[in-house]
Design a protein around this ligand. Structure first.
Ligand SMILES: Cc1cc2nc3c(=O)[nH]c(=O)nc-3n(C[C@H](O)[C@H](O)[C@H](O)COP(=O)(O)OP(=O)(O)OC[C@H]3O[C@@H](n4cnc5c(N)ncnc54)[C@H](O)[C@@H]3O)c2cc1C
Length: 438
């Protein structure tokens, strides 16, 4: 089959990770006198932002219980803050609220923030949390919340605008982004290294390295590279869990209410921080129906056309037809009732907001690893994979670290995410959050 132009560095996928890697690689090649962006080609089967990056709620936060996640996120926020305009980044902060059961986790997250120099504030006690929230939102009314981690860094970014910002940065460095090129396989040499990337438009010869950043299509690439669908996992206690599925899918449920965005502001008229509320208080609809009396959670932020957010994701059984993304996903029919009730539970300004719910397909499928944390590692001698386990719109800095690794440096930030951790038992600690990404 005819070959497309060869490239020293072939990046697959034009989402957050592929584009950030391509850009940072181009900059590093230039700065080190090793080449330039013209040595980097991005292959994208649809168009930039066609995957999870283009539908992400865009929340950027560092509420991570796992030390390695927290340190990596600190570096990522640094990248967001380096060019807020290009990345369409809104540094409005992030507020995590929880019940008693989450006090130890949020306290240790806060203590780590202090150690690593990430600006946040911890408020403990029901009355204290209530006062803190009422100072920002006088109509705050969620009861039984006893802990609040208020990050004064973080916030959110506009998904497709940040993609366009990255595309412009890539193109400014001379990176070629080829849309409509679908990768179908790899031609491996006797040393197991990739010699060429096979596509629907012919093969692309690989001069140096391939960086795979496929988002929800991670399992497809895992299979293309001949890796096993199940793995053994050594737990920190030394027990081995045999034949665990390497990949699972979750359906992320998100939605939006159409209100004047400026009606959702802080008491002084400012932009509200992103809110994430977990609580065990019973949740009722505005007309008094019990939605749940078990632990539930929501998150929400001001968007361009209203208020946008979501709730805990749902696991999806078995394999998933991902294309066309994300239209094949099913949102729980009760989601709109639950999410609108949860907004009203938090603030009285949202009372009656169910009528303003935008009835459109929202959310999408995410692909998760066996322990729900990213795998950032070489899967073949010259094939580096960024498999973010759906953590990663916020992880804009991973591409910067990957560029370093690809050029021969060590990244202590990425090292804890190597695939080998499943065999050695160097797993990340698990929090008390109901979400697979905390
Ligand atoms: C509904 C939803 C909300 C989310 N909200 C947030 C959030 O608020 N904050 C946050 O941090 N994270 C969020 N995430 C997670 C985040 O969106 C993803 O982790 C991140 O965007 C993944 O980026 P990526 O570059 O790895 O993948 P993607 O953005 O999916 O990019 C992968 C690209 O690869 C392309 N591709 C796939 N297969 C091939 C092939 N064979 N050949 C060529 N190209 C191919 C795709 O078309 C796609 O453009 C959310 C995810 C979902 C689904």
């Amino acid at each position: 089959m005819a070959k497309l132009a060869a490239a020293p560095y072939v990046v697959i996928g034009a989402g957050m990770h592929g584009l950030s890697t391509a850009y940072h690689l181009a900059v590093s090649l230039r700065e080190r006198g090793l080449g330039s962006g013209t040595d980097v080609v991005v292959l994208e089967k649809a168009h930039p932002g066609a995957g999870a990056t283009g539908i992400a709620c865009g929340v950027v936060r560092n509420n991570y219980f796992q030390p390695a996640m927290s340190e990596l996120m600190h570096a990522c926020v640094e990248v967001w803050e380096s060019d807020p305009e290009a990345y369409a980044y809104n540094p409005v902060g992030y507020v995590a609220l929880g019940p008693k059961a989450q006090e130890p986790d949020l306290t240790s997250v806060y203590e780590r923030h202090e150690r690593i120099g990430y600006r946040s504030e911890l408020i403990v006690g029901e009355a204290e949390v209530d006062a803190h929230m009422k100072a920002m939102f006088p109509d705050w009314r969620a009861q039984g919340v006893t802990i609040c981690l208020h990050e004064h860094q973080g916030g959110f970014a506009f998904n497709l605008d940040s993609v366009q910002g990255l595309v412009r940065k890539c193109e400014g460095e001379g990176v070629r982004i080829l849309s409509g090129i679908e990768v179908t396989g790899f031609e491996l040499g006797p040393d197991d290294a990739a010699r060429a990337v096979e596509t629907n438009r012919g093969a692309v010869e690989v001069g140096e390295q391939v960086i795979v950043a496929p988002g929800p299509w991670a399992q497809r690439f895992w299979t293309m590279l001949g890796l096993p669908s199940t793995i053994d996992i050594r737990t920190p206690s030394g027990d081995v869990m045999r034949d665990q599925p390497m990949w699972t899918y979750w359906n992320l449920q998100e939605g939006e209410i159409q209100v004047d965005p400026l009606s959702y502001a802080t008491a002084d008229g400012g932009a509200p921080p992103v809110i994430h509320l977990d609580t065990d208080a019973p949740l009722y609809t505005d007309d008094g129906r019990l939605v749940t009396d078990e632990l539930w959670g929501n998150y929400f932020k001001r968007d361009r056309h209203g208020v946008q957010g979501g709730a805990a994701p749902l696991t999806v059984e078995g394999d998933v037809e991902l294309d066309p993304y994300p239209s094949t996903t099913n949102v729980d029919p009760g989601f709109a009732d639950m999410w609108c009730a949860s907004l009203s539970h938090a603030m009285s300004r949202f009372e009656g907001c169910r009528a303003l719910y935008k009835d459109a397909r929202s959310g999408g499928v995410g692909s998760f690893t066996a322990d729900n944390f990213p795998v950032f590692d070489y899967l073949k001698p010259n094939v580096y994979a960024i498999l973010d386990s759906n953590h990663g719109y916020k992880m804009i800095g991973v591409g910067r670290e990957v560029a370093r690794v690809v050029l021969g440096d060590h990244s202590s930030l990425l090292y804890p995410f190597r695939f080998e951790r499943f065999a050695t038992g160097d797993l990340h600690p698990v929090s008390n959050s109901p979400y697979p990404w905390s």
